[in-house]
Design a protein around this ligand. Structure first.
Ligand SMILES: *Cc1c(COP(=O)(O)O)cnc(C)c1O
Length: 372
């Protein structure tokens, strides 16, 4: 019909295989996988896809891992037109390899692309790109407890042009890095630092996009946190400097007595975490009330003093769930540095990781098989 003719048909990309001829030797890889740390070691291959205004997405390939060639004028280096994602591949006891809700990451990647004036990659091509890389480097998926292969898709503007406008030449890549257990010797609650002089994101800004620029802005306050003995920074909204938004790279939850859980509502300046969304679902499944609404530092202080707030935790793909013992600021603190991990905090953490590692039934259809 005439209507169909006007719609552009979409062809999924097919990936050319360009295998590495210098892969890491098995013995060396086993040493790395026994103690991978985080983000230090990379697998033998990477995915690359090019985009230009004229051709759209093209030349999808799995190629040897290695340095990118960038012109010094590449616009990403000057104007930070860049976005990324983070997700993990988990090895189950039977050897199969799965990831968790990757279509959520694919959709968020599209929203981030839109905000940064980058071209959108289809959800199917995103899913295929991570599948291709994991299959090429399947032997890099560790099988130790709480270990995974961390997948890092990202997109950069690589047109050589110093004029300020959206780039007409872009690269999409996926790299992978084996990741060890985030907590060694058991989950340990952390102290976090309230940033009173810096904001992470403003209304209408890029806070809801997963872009490198947000992280660049969080590094100085993160240093301030470390100087004050804190593991992470908590940011307030830039307008009122009163509403709690999130940490530099994690969302935050408050457990109240009487089966209620509260998390800041998505305002447009908070990153919509996949872990956050999953926790809301799991907590609701248990019959808890979940409120997404405004939360202030004053409510946190009063809630801890009255006993209404019983647990606080942060969440994100890398650490899953991190209990928060205390909030510190220049002249105050809320909570106690040696608080123990909360009961719900740990039980939701176990439930989520059990689903991810295939130890518990996946009733929500969240797992996505990568190896077959
Ligand atoms: C990635 C990220 C999160 C957590 O998102 P997940 O999808 O749960 O990993 C939270 N906040 C920020 C700023 C992030 O960049």
């Amino acid at each position: 019909m005439a209507l169909a003719e006007t719609e552009t048909e979409y062809f999924p990309l097919s990936f050319e295989q360009r295998p590495s001829d210098s892969v890491v030797a098995e013995a060396e890889r086993e040493v790395i996988l026994a103690n991978p740390g985080f983000g230090k070691h990379f697998t033998d291959h990477m995915v690359a896809i090019d985009w230009t205004v004229e051709e759209g997405w093209h030349d999808a390939r799995v190629q040897p891992y290695g340095p990118l060639q960038l012109d010094p004028a590449a616009s990403v280096l000057h104007y930070a037109q860049e976005i990324f994602e983070g997700l993990k591949a988990y090895r189950h006891a039977d050897g199969s390899v799965w990831t968790f809700r990757p279509e959520k990451n694919a959709e968020r990647f599209q929203r981030s692309a839109h905000r940064l004036a980058l071209p959108e990659l289809s959800v199917d091509d995103f899913l295929e790109s991570i599948t291709q890389l994991v299959r090429a480097d399947i032997s890099w998926v560790p099988d130790g407890e709480d270990t995974s292969l961390y997948l890092r898709p990202f997109m950069i503007a690589n047109e050589s042009f110093l004029g300020v406008r959206a780039a007409q030449r872009v690269g999409y890549y996926v790299i992978a890095s084996p990741a060890g257990a985030y907590f060694h010797g058991g989950v340990k609650p952390v102290s976090i630092w309230l940033s009173t002089s810096y904001s992470r994101a403003a209304r209408g800004g890029t806070g809801a996009a997963k872009c490198g620029g947000n992280y660049a802005a969080s590094l100085l306050p993160q240093q301030e946190a470390a100087e004050n003995g804190c593991a992470q920074v908590l940011f307030l909204d830039a307008e009122s400097n009163n509403r709690i938004e999130e940490l530099g790279g994690m969302n935050i939850f408050f457990v109240h007595k009487d089966n209620k859980v509260v998390t800041p509502e998505l305002t447009g300046s908070i990153l919509e975490g996949v872990t956050r969304d999953s926790i809301i679902q799991l907590v609701r499944d248990r019959g808890f009330d979940v409120e997404e609404r405004e939360v202030t530092v004053d409510e946190w202080r009063a809630g801890v003093e009255s006993g209404d707030i019983t647990e606080v935790f942060a969440c994100g793909t890398a650490a899953v769930i991190t209990p928060i013992a205390e909030l510190k600021g220049p002249d105050f603190s809320i909570g106690s540095p040696d608080a123990l991990p909360g009961e719900l905090t740990m039980s939701i953490r176990d439930e989520l990781t059990d689903i991810q590692y295939g130890r518990r039934e996946d009733t929500h259809g969240w797992l996505y098989r990568l190896d077959a």
